[in-house]
Design a protein around this ligand. Structure first.
Ligand SMILES: *[C@@H]1O[C@H](CO)[C@@H](O)[C@H](O)[C@H]1NC(C)=O
Ligand SMILES: *[C@@H]1O[C@H](CO)[C@@H](O)[C@H](O)[C@H]1NC(C)=O
Ligand SMILES: *[C@@H]1O[C@H](CO)[C@@H](O)[C@H](O)[C@H]1NC(C)=O
Ligand SMILES: *[C@@H]1O[C@H](CO)[C@@H](O)[C@H](O)[C@H]1NC(C)=O
Ligand SMILES: *[C@@H]1O[C@H](CO)[C@@H](O)[C@H](O)[C@H]1NC(C)=O
Length: 246
């Protein structure tokens, strides 16, 4: 009896101490196309997730101060062109540098918008599988992300979803390779259908551009990514809560 009580007190203490522990030093490297990419003209959710000082107004970061978050995503990229034009080698160099510092390094991979223009989903899937294996061989952790939805609506207010098969392929690869999966595609569809076309189009980089994001768009979907990441790695990551934006 006494022993049991002591044990449970000790276990309770252990749990408290573990949860009070600071997060292990973590870095993020982002891989993908323009819907992830940063830059002056925005475009993707990367700015909103990582935070950036290179913007007209202050883009809030979702991450604790001094968390490295390196956005290597490239406008126009497919999984194939990303490798062929040397972008992937740049990502690898950043991943190696973060791992070498002894940091837990999470690498997000999100493609589909351009892959869908050139090949069936399986081609993208095979290429992502190769990336997953290379990331693991470097001592980092792959996190697959399904494609951010386009904000193209039918008259009845539902999303005209052409990216579905590419999102499904990403999910399939995450299951085959047992990686973490952030279903940005499904969550972004639910969100934009809930706010409706007018509000959704106010997140467009230009009025007719249903694909790329303006500053408010990067903030909204950067936060969505942070929330999905936090859900997938509960209490493990240096993600700052932002209940208002969530
Ligand atoms: C920062 O913004 C300027 C335009 O003001 C742009 O030329 C430059 O490429 C941007 N740098 C980065 C890293 O996005
Ligand atoms: C996947 O990579 C191969 C090269 O290894 C390339 O031929 C193919 O086009 C790529 N697929 C996509 C969708 O980019
Ligand atoms: C990427 O790096 C590998 C290994 O160093 C090299 O073989 C390959 O040619 C590089 N790819 C590009 C596009 O530069
Ligand atoms: C909305 O319209 C599209 C295109 O006509 C149709 O395919 C879809 O089933 C409709 N959805 C609902 C919920 O009515
Ligand atoms: C961005 O959001 C803010 C706050 O809601 C709003 O004042 C501003 O007009 C928005 N910017 C654009 C370009 O819609």
């Amino acid at each position: 009896m006494f022993r049991q009580a002591t044990l449970s007190i000790a276990l309770g203490y252990l749990l408290v101490s573990v949860s009070a522990f600071p997060h292990v030093p973590t870095s993020f490297v982002l891989v993908g196309d323009s819907t992830t990419a940063n830059g002056y003209a925005f475009g993707g959710w990367g700015n909103g997730f990582c935070g950036s000082t290179n913007v007209t107004a202050l883009t809030p970061s979702s991450l604790a101060p001094n968390t490295p978050c390196i956005n290597t995503a490239k406008n126009g990229a497919t999984t194939g062109s990303f490798v062929a034009d040397g972008s992937w080698n740049k990502s690898i160099a950043f991943i190696q540098a973060e791992v070498a510092k002894g940091r837990r390094t999470l690498v997000t991979i999100q493609f589909g918008h351009n892959d869908m223009k050139i090949a069936p989903p399986e081609s993208m899937g095979a290429n992502i599988t190769i990336m997953v294996n290379q990331i693991r061989a470097l001592g980092a952790e792959p996190v697959l992300v399904t494609s951010l939805t386009r904000r193209t609506f039918f008259d009845n207010g539902t999303i005209q979803d052409l990216l579905g098969p590419w999102a499904d392929e990403t999910i399939l690869i995450s299951q085959q390779q047992q990686t973490h999966l952030l279903d940005l595609h499904a969550h972004s569809i639910t969100y934009v259908e809930a706010i409706g076309p007018d509000a959704a189009h106010r997140l467009n980089r230009s009025p007719d551009d249903d694909t790329h994001l303006n500053e408010n768009g990067t903030i909204v979907f950067g936060r969505m990514l942070a929330d999905l990441m936090d859900e997938s790695f509960p209490h493990q990551l240096p993600i700052i809560p932002n209940p208002g934006l969530t």
